[in-house]
Design a protein around this ligand. Structure first.
Ligand code: HEC
Length: 169
């Protein structure tokens, strides 16, 4: 019985090696954040080394991404990360969303939630120093200040779709 289960698992493991998740390598930067907000080289360097793999349209894959199920797991992080915040799509966000996402970047960095700890475990160079955290946060804060000074507060409110009465959570 045990032997059959083990053989079954082994076969499954071999089969999934041939089913690969699509790679995030479109490289499309037509709506890049820098279209709206220029970045100094030092700010860009930090975003590139610590955030780009999960928050742009161009992931640099390590060799083990070709081994399943690790590849699925990485693809999931990239998909989820891009859905929340995509540096290469940022210029296409409405102004309220831009403002909110910049606030979130500051918060995530401050709380040490980004870059993901599972990422910095291997990509140790992506661990941010206090100086790097300050660099990114100040850059974001400057833009937030400009946005707030330019747009009326009302236009920065995010309109969330309201749930119909009595709908399940
Ligand atoms: C290994 C992949 C990975 C890396 C590297 C990474 N992130 Fe994320 N990020 C995610 C995932 C997955 C999510 C969505 C789930 C979550 O919030 O944990 C996310 C969410 C976010 C969000 C949205 C949070 C929210 O409340 O919606 C922001 C902002 C963010 N990341 C900023 C950054 C910044 C800035 C960096 C670099 C300093 C970074 N991330 C590095 C994977 C990553």
């Amino acid at each position: 019985m045990i032997k059959k289960i083990l053989i079954g698992l082994l076969v499954a493991l071999i089969v999934i090696q041939f089913i690969r998740p699509a790679k995030n390598n479109s490289g499309d930067v037509t709506k890049d954040i820098t279209n709206l907000y220029p970045m100094s080289d030092s700010v860009k360097l930090v975003f590139d080394k610590a955030c780009a793999d999960c928050h742009t349209n161009n992931t640099k894959y390590p060799f083990y991404a070709s081994i399943q199920p690790i590849g699925y797991w990485l693809a999931d992080h990239v998909k989820d990360g891009k859905r929340h915040f995509n540096i290469n799509e940022f210029a296409g966000y409405r102004i309220g969303k831009q403002n909110k996402k910049l606030e979130e970047v500051i918060e995530q960095i401050k709380e040490g939630e980004m870059p993901l700890p599972s990422y910095t475990l291997i990509h140790t160079e992506a661990k941010l120093t206090e100086a790097e955290k300050a660099l990114i946060s100040n850059w974001c804060q400057n833009i937030i200040d400009t946005i707030k000074a330019t747009y009326p507060a009302d236009s920065l409110k995010l309109k969330r779709p309201t749930k119909p009465e009595g709908a399940a959570k």
